[in-house]
Design a protein around this ligand. Sequence first.
Ligand SMILES: Cc1ncc(COP(=O)(O)O)c(C=O)c1O
Length: 370
Amino acid sequence: MPVPLLDLKAQHAHIRSDVVPALMQVVEDQLFILGSTVERLEAAVAELSHTRFAIGCASGTDALLLALRALDIGRGDEVVTTPFTFFATAGTVHNVGATPVFADIDPATFNLSTAHAAAVCTPRTRAVIPVDLFGQMARMEELAAVLPNLPIIEDAAQTIGARRRIGGEWVMAGESATIGTLSFFPSKNLGGYGDGGMMVTQDEALATRLRRLRVHGGATQYLHDEVGYNSRLDALQAAVLSAKLPHLADWSRLRREHAAYYDRAFADVPEVRTPTIDAGNESIYNQYTLRADRRDDLQSHLKRDGIGSAVYYPLPLHLQPCFAYLGYRQGSCPESERAAREVISIPVFPELTRAQQDEVIGSVRVFYGH
Ligand SMILES: Cc1ncc(COP(=O)(O)O)c(C=O)c1O
């Protein structure tokens, strides 16, 4: 039985009766850019994220870009981040004219190591971007304690609705950051039917600036206080996302159940190491990512069995050709490099059936001769 890495058609089949009328309402209204449909979603995401403000934009990439601009980060500035992430995390730092400075990951969680981040800070460091990778939050409280005067942009593209127990309280992804950034790329736990993103913050002045930056830098039409961007969330995406949002908690719970089932099934397979979830974290498992011996051979074997998998991410950002000018070498961030050699993500989408999961488990076990 073929098992895809993600089955968006199965999800759409479940929610068609919610999504299609919501889309048609926007078509009837003929109000496609920002407006009340987007504002409703912004209010709902702010509530979920426990933040005072949420500002929609065109993508998770733009959310990072606008966040950097709102913090006045540009030429001559350094921004510390992880190299084991999607390209946008560092690409946007480069695109505002600043320099990405890479610090290695904690091998247990794949998230930015606080000690390594602190070690690479200089007087030019203007912000840190921890990434909540694969669905679990970074150690936000540790970063804030060790780097108390540094703005934190939390790249929460993969963690909408994830939470972490900090000092006895649940803290949501994005809640404790200076600015948290979300992506609604279709493969995210809350995915649109196209691109979309959002920024969340507790800071009113930053929220005002972000709202201005997404519409060419002008709060009043045809009057521009600064040069911004065209980065608006469109109403069709907002309608889809608002229809999907009530399902998000259930979907993330199902992902956690699938993850627990895999964890148990692979406990006696020493050739694969199941994901570690940091104490206090509730992951939303945007990915279920193993470390595997002979990873590339395993991936070919899964493919022959019709099982979808992906390597997130095969080349850490400090070794990307476009960042050669930064002078990093093989060995600069050894844990990120090791992770890039070992990781493989396998199907964990909510609609995955037990029979499909057993198929994946059986294929992995056969590959290692168990
Ligand atoms: C960690 C991370 N950051 C940023 C992004 C960029 O988001 P988008 O694709 O919506 O631009 C993504 C998703 O693709 C991501 O996974």
